[in-house]
Design a binder for this molecule. Sequence first.
Ligand SMILES: Cc1cc2nc3c(=O)[nH]c(=O)nc-3n(C[C@H](O)[C@H](O)[C@H](O)COP(=O)(O)OP(=O)(O)OC[C@H]3O[C@@H](n4cnc5c(N)ncnc54)[C@H](O)[C@@H]3O)c2cc1C
Ligand code: SF4
Length: 437
Amino acid sequence: MSKLPSTRSETTFVDAKRGYSPLQALTEAHRCLYCVDAPCVQACPTAIEIPEFIRKIATGNLRGSARTIFAANIFGMSCARVCPVEVLCVGSCVFNEMDAPPIEIGKLQRFATDAAFERGDRFFAAGPASGKRVALLGGGPASIAAAHELRRRGHACTIFEQGQLLGGLSTTGVAPYKMRADRATEEVDWVLGIGGVEVRLGVSVGRDISVQDLLQSYDAIFVGLGLGADRLLQLPGADLQGVRGAVDWIAAFKTGTISLQGVKSAVVIGGGNTAVDAVRELHGLGVPEVTMAYRGDETRMSGYEHEWRVAKVAGVRGLWNVQPLAYEGDGGRVGAVRFAKLDDQRQPIAGREPVVAADLVLLAIGQGRLGALLGDIEGISLDRGRLLVDAEGRTQNPKIFAGGDCANGGKEVVNAVAEGKRAAIAIDRDLCGGEAS
Ligand SMILES: Cc1cc2nc3c(=O)[nH]c(=O)nc-3n(C[C@H](O)[C@H](O)[C@H](O)COP(=O)(O)OP(=O)(O)OC[C@H]3O[C@@H](n4cnc5c(N)ncnc54)[C@H](O)[C@@H]3O)c2cc1C
Ligand code: SF4
């Protein structure tokens, strides 16, 4: 049973991409060329055997297809919905070079994995108990994927999560027109159905339990703490009501109910994917005027172009080459943002200070980093708050591994899953004296 209220604001959204009917899936699967050394596989961070799972759909082996996907990526169901396939597998499909539509890999993956999930299929069992214990810090996709892999190899796992929900940003961040929070938590329950993973919710590592204590009690530690809170700008008016971080606001409307009564215009500051999600969400929730304000021009924004295009078509306005100077308002509430117009060198142009009406201002200029939490642990090195690890997720401390956003600086769910799994295999190898079990 989901812990999420059924009345939460995100439920007003419907899937932006509809699923396939059996006939559509079959037709699309038969278009695939089943390439050798397929570029789509190389583009997938979890290296799913894409031609293999598509061929299994084409031959009516739906369960086998799902198994192929989950064997590589245990979050295959949500990744089918949330992966930026346009720049990964679908973007690499050979059909792009042939002036023909690429194979809809995400939709086919969703067709196979949804069917398995709805049937309650299980593919993997826990391995024989190894007697080793691993602590996983954070309950996002990186830690959960790592825990699943460790359980397959027989190691006992404990996840420490500061919040009351598992799934990290997959639950609280992903746009609801891609996947709602309840689907994310159901998937987590399904993954942890492998059994033997102790989950300790409401435990903040660093505050309620120290990494030093965990090092004493566990054979290895996987750090999957993600990024920190939204970065904010200390500008005049920063304490006005209605000025807040975008990730915090997104989590609030995905997991609960928010009121946008009286919000006629909203401004999102930033040009990345969180900013683009936020403007689409504000528009979808009925805010009449939504503006995305970015310090570069449209060609320089880091948000995916295909996502921004949808926002633009919906009527979201882009305000380019601007930098916020102050939030303005009356009676303690924000009412506008004053910007400086920037020139090509990103320098303010004297006398050009556009003011944009805003009853709500969301800051989407990045999230903070781990910083102090692990900085003083022996063998841990940080680069601007990002944990430094090798290709297998090892830090210089032989007992500590890491993966996901806290180590890669903030990528996608599929990267977190790949890195969590890779680190789990390395942990297993170390715990078993050099032989992966
Ligand atoms: C708004 C937004 C939209 C996104 N949309 C997409 C998308 O459409 N597709 C996609 O693939 N990716 C998307 N992403 C990125 C994706 O969600 C992340 O890359 C992924 O969730 C990272 O997984 P993780 O496990 O490394 O970290 P997280 O998902 O951040 O999980 C970390 C967990 O650690 C917990 N934690 C933090 N500190 C502590 C502590 N001290 N003690 C205990 N627990 C702690 C947190 O509460 C959290 O649950 C989005 C991100 C954002 C912000
Ligand atoms: S590149 Fe395209 S055609 Fe080739 S295997 Fe992958 S999906 Fe099929």
